[in-house]
Design a protein. Sequence first.
Length: 304
Amino acid sequence: MHTPNLINIESEYLTYWQHFKDAYNSKRLAHAQLLRASSITKLTTLYHQIITTLLCKQDNQPCGSCKSCILNNQGMHPDLYQIKPEKVGGVIKVEQIRDLHLTLYTSPQVSENKVILILNAERMNHAAANSLLKILEEPPANIYFILTIESISTLPATIFSRCQHWYFPDPTHEGDYFLQNDKSFLENHQNELFKQKEVFIDDLIAIRKERVSINIIAEKWAIYELVELTRLLYLITAQMIHNYFYKDGSKTALAAKLNELNQDVKVTHLFSLIDKLNQLSKNLSYSINVNQLLTLEDLLLSFL
């Protein structure tokens, strides 16, 4: 594949880059990274830098000058495997994922790691997604997956829950990006829940202002599927994080409610809440039994 030369990471990616480097250097890096942007072309430099780091054999990775870095810059690294739709607007087929088995269980040729890059991972067909899921459930040692997506609308929740998810919004974008444009709600059975998003935000505000008890709201929400509620709460929390960093947003009533919900909340707490929601989503995808009412009460407590 064609790869650009290494350049400095752009400012909007610095937080992720530092997190990635710290996690990798301390051997805590998740084996699957899910990178989302409005266009995956915006991620090219970032994922190339990640790949080069994972494949570089020097301590000050990426060094840019070792055999591994040179091969990667030339697009010829034997330990890098790329999957993408076979044509523009096409899908990723199950055969493309099954072909991974030929490379997953053999030793790296040059580096200590192997990297699987999946571009437009949201375009996997159902069979391809199921095949990848089986790999992600028990990933081989020293294999790292980088999935890039433009939308989570067709990405199965089971895949989503097994990746570390990072969303890179357009800094020039104004408005309620997550809540108004997330097609995963608008195009499927979660639509009715999504239409009531302002009611759920009002409930969270009422809890924070001690107008109503957590128990009452938990019982009110218990009529909905926990998987759907978890996704909606994830989007609300993600929007709160977005608004924290990009304060010149929309002046809509919905934005005002979110800003009210965001008052006096530390962004570190929001990231912890995202982690909790990701873990709950993962547990639900594994069909782990949870007490819905107690789980909702615990989640609502996290919004205080």
